[in-house]
Design a protein around this ligand. Structure first.
Ligand SMILES: Nc1ncnc2c1ncn2[C@@H]1O[C@H](COP(=O)(O)OP(=O)(O)OP(=O)(O)O)[C@@H](O)[C@H]1O
Length: 489
């Protein structure tokens, strides 16, 4: 058996042809497969614990072994629809013959059953790689791949997304924490995966902890571990990146412990007296306004500023122009592949509806809408009514109310700057601070609250905008600090 081409690794990223991705939620399975692969070939093994994490790094790999749990048959289609053209071997947790056939039809090169025997799996993976011909895969998913690979699993070519890709690339090189804000379903987790994939830690683990899902004690145990035998996710992510999803949901006391860990790189498992080290890069997300959370006392200010050194703001879909069409087509193709149906296209009215009238939801809602459209379309064209009034914003919706200037007011009459009594300044002349505040508030309203886009439009850094907002909330007029020029997206 020829196996994958081997190669040596010099500084920087390994060659794509020597890179293999192992995706499994269980760290011990990943470890076992990594060991088996390392014994056989000079391969560079990347690990992912979720499909989202896999999507973020997949394009850098020639082959992937992806574990698929019960009822997750769509995973293969998603990987192919995202543009992955390498060898794909799927490990099914509980696979009937039907599941195996479905996985192969969706684009898997081979299917193995769990529990895995590492040496067998490696054999099958290497065999699939050497036997693979580009034309082996069906053409049904090809339409989606023309859009694929825009950036680490993201699709989108708007200026807002270009700024985001640029921001991700810039923060990736550092080991400082990254704070990602954005609306629900806009792509925060995907961005976290992209930060990891573009960082020097890309061959380390990328693990995620959803802070919404657990009680305070369970979250602490999950994060820092318990007793001598149970390492927490912070230790397991050592050498890689840890995503804390919805950081504002972490209890304040635990936030203090997290801050201590950030500052020292040391942690203590529950019920254990020993201090342990973990070399982790933290990425945190929130769907809320972090400053509002600080003000309301739900997010420790010291933690916020420690985490907020580098920050990214994910633009809402409505700020991405025609990306909505590109994404809609890609999602249609994905669903058609998953459902084994012919690929429908968006009719002109559906295109006009999405583009001209505007889609109100975010990427996740668009995915759901396209799923419904692909399933319900009974011809080759998706009609307008299937892209649904629910997701569309009326063209004649009232504009956002003009923000009030607030802050200091002008003197009305009388001596002012040496002018004679009775003289009134023209109404349009206002103190610079008032003008500035109005301009900033108008920009934030124009970009639907997206600070990064507003900052970019104003040629300020997002941190300057945050500081000014904070100062206004505290009652001052001036947000302090001079314009810093644009930094990150
Ligand atoms: N630009 C994009 N291109 C392709 N898929 C995308 C894009 N943005 C987001 N997605 C997909 O949309 C879904 C939602 O994205 P993600 O989970 O990253 O959002 P989120 O902001 O973290 O959501 P939540 O706030 O609910 O945690 C995922 O399936 C993701 O892969």
């Amino acid at each position: 058996m020829t196996g994958l081409p081997s190669g040596s690794f010099t500084a920087g990223r390994p060659e794509r042809h020597t890179c293999i991705l192992v995706c499994d939620a269980d760290p011990s399975v990943r470890q076992m497969l990594r060991g088996a692969l390392a014994r056989r070939e000079a391969l560079h093994v990347l690990e992912a614990d979720t499909l989202e994490a896999a999507l973020a790094v997949l394009q850098r790999c020639a082959s992937a072994l992806v574990a698929v749990g019960p009822g997750e048959g769509r995973a293969v289609t998603r990987l192919r629809a995202a543009g992955f053209e390498g060898t794909l071997v799927v490990a099914l947790a509980e696979g009937s013959v039907g599941d195996v056939v479905a996985a192969m039809r969706a684009g898997a090169d081979d299917v193995v059953q769990k529990p895995l025997k590492p040496e067998d799996v490696v054999d099958r993976l290497l065999a699939a790689t050497s036997a693979r011909r580009p034309e082996r895969r069906g053409g049904a998913l090809r339409p989606a791949t023309r859009h694929a690979g825009d950036f680490c699993g993201f699709l989108g070519r708007s200026a807002a997304m270009a700024a985001l890709y640029d921001g991700i690339a810039r923060v990736a090189a550092s080991r400082a924490p990254v704070f990602i804000a954005g609306e629900s379903g806009a792509g925060k987790s995907l961005a976290a995966g992209a930060v990891h994939a573009s960082s020097p830690r890309h061959d380390g683990p990328f693990l995620t902890l959803d802070c919404r899902a657990l009680s305070r004690d369970a979250l602490e145990a999950e994060l820092f571990g318990e007793g001598v035998f149970r390492a927490g996710i912070a230790e397991r992510a050592s050498g890689g990146t840890l995503l804390l999803d919805e950081i504002c949901d972490v209890d304040l006391e635990l936030q203090a412990k997290l801050l201590g860990f950030l500052e020292t790189g040391r942690l203590r498992r529950g019920g254990d007296g020993e201090d342990r080290e973990a070399d982790v890069r933290l990425v945190c997300t929130t769907g809320r306004d972090p400053l509002e959370e600080v003000r309301a006392g739900r997010l420790r200010e010291d933690l916020f500023y420690r985490l907020h050194v580098l920050h990214l703001s994910i633009p809402p879909l409505r700020a991405r122009g025609d990306d909505v069409l590109l994404l809609a087509e890609a999602f249609l193709a994905r669903v058609a592949g998953e459902e084994g149906r012919p690929l429908p296209r968006l009719g002109p009215e559906a295109v006009a509806a999405l583009r001209v009238r505007g889609f109100r939801g975010n990427v996740r809602e668009l995915q759901n809408l396209m799923r419904r459209a692909a399933v319900l379309a009974d011809g080759p064209v998706v009609p307008a009514h299937l892209v649904g009034e629910a997701g569309l914003e009326a063209a004649d919706a009232p504009a956002a109310p003009a923000p009030s200037p607030g802050g200091a007011s002008l003197p009305g009459t009388g001596m002012w700057l040496g002018l004679p009594a009775g003289w009134s300044p023209p109404a349009r002349v206002e103190p610079l601070s008032v003008v500035e505040r109005r301009a900033i508030e108008a920009a934030i309203a124009a970009y639907d609250g997206n600070i990064a886009l507003a900052a970019a439009a104003l040629d300020l850094s997002p941190s300057t905008l945050y500081r000014k907002k904070l100062a206004w909330q505290e009652g001052g007029q001036d947000g302090g600090g001079e314009a810093e020029g644009r930094r990150l997206s």
